[in-house]
Design a protein around this ligand. Structure first.
Ligand SMILES: [Zn+2]
Ligand SMILES: [Zn+2]
Length: 271
């Protein structure tokens, strides 16, 4: 009987410890997330209050505002997404596009492309050209021409894993990728012009679940959708809290369609 009680109490203690560990991991993850996306950042959003940071995250993502790391909040934070921040020096902007306050003075832009491992180069080049066309259709002053001169191009697109650099000859990027899931790509605002895709992700043109000849089933990211989003950053757009906008921060697949919010944003910069 005594032994039985000891076993039961050990199991209980063990269970409690597991739950606590999981909560600690979630809290650590959430704090890093809130800092990374500038919800919690004295330098950028001037916010140092964790509850306020959680509330702002919940407002941005249209969740119930509780100020606590509840299940819905943790679930949303763990979705794959773009690595660029949601909040910046001008604080949290809700219900419309946001721009970074910097843009290209020249609207005749060049880009270079160093392809990833998942698709034929010519297919990737076609997809990237199509992604640029979304923005030049919305703001006709913009034109984009591909060049093989990596160092002289305005926008430089490349793939890399973990600590990555960029197109050949470029310096190391200070924002490491995190393996599969989490951050899938990120981009620099004008006039830096770097766009990086996480090569630990699998990319297809439209993303989604794909069955291959030598693997059972894998989740892929939409290269077209992600490219349209990241090019938006490279042109000066920040994240929008409008869920249907291409500039919404979470990863999306399929055929992109610019929302009026995206169009208003790009017109405000290059109309
Ligand atoms: Zn983004
Ligand atoms: Zn990078």
């Amino acid at each position: 009987m005594f032994l039985f009680l000891v076993v039961i109490s050990l199991l209980l203690i063990d269970g409690a410890v597991c739950e606590l560990d999981e909560e600690d991991d979630d809290t650590q993850f959430a704090l890093l997330y809130l800092r990374h996306y500038h919800y919690l950042s004295p330098e950028t959003s001037s916010n140092t209050n964790t509850t306020e940071a959680i509330e702002n995250f919940q407002k941005f993502f249209g969740l119930t505002v509780t100020g606590e790391l509840d299940d819905d909040t943790m679930y949303e934070m763990k979705k794959p997404r773009c690595g660029d921040p949601d909040v910046d020096t001008d604080g949290l902007r809700l219900k419309r596009y946001a721009t970074v306050g910097r843009q290209w003075s020249n609207t005749t832009l060049t880009y270079s492309f160093s392809p990833g491992a998942d698709m034929k180069n010519k297919d990737q080049l076609r997809i990237i050209a199509r992604a640029f066309k979304y923005w030049s259709d919305a703001a006709p002053k913009l034109t984009f021409t591909r060049t093989n001169n990596f160092n002289k191009s305005d926008i430089r697109i490349s793939f890399g894993k973990l600590t990555h650099s960029g197109v050949p000859g470029e310096r190391q990027c200070p924002y490491d990728f995190d393996g599969q899931g989490g951050v899938i790509a990120h981009a620099y605002y004008p006039t830096e012009g770097r766009i990086h895709f996480d090569d630990d992700e699998h990319y297809t043109e439209f993303g989604g679940s794909v069955v291959g000849w030598w693997w059972n089933k894998r989740q892929t990211r939409g290269l077209l959708y992600t490219a349209v989003h990241e090019i938006g950053h490279a042109l000066g757009l920040k994240h929008s809290d409008v869920k249907d906008a291409v500039m919404w921060p979470l990863a999306k697949n399929g055929n992109p369609k610019l929302d009026q919010d995206d169009i208003d944003g790009i017109i405000s910069l290059y109309g």
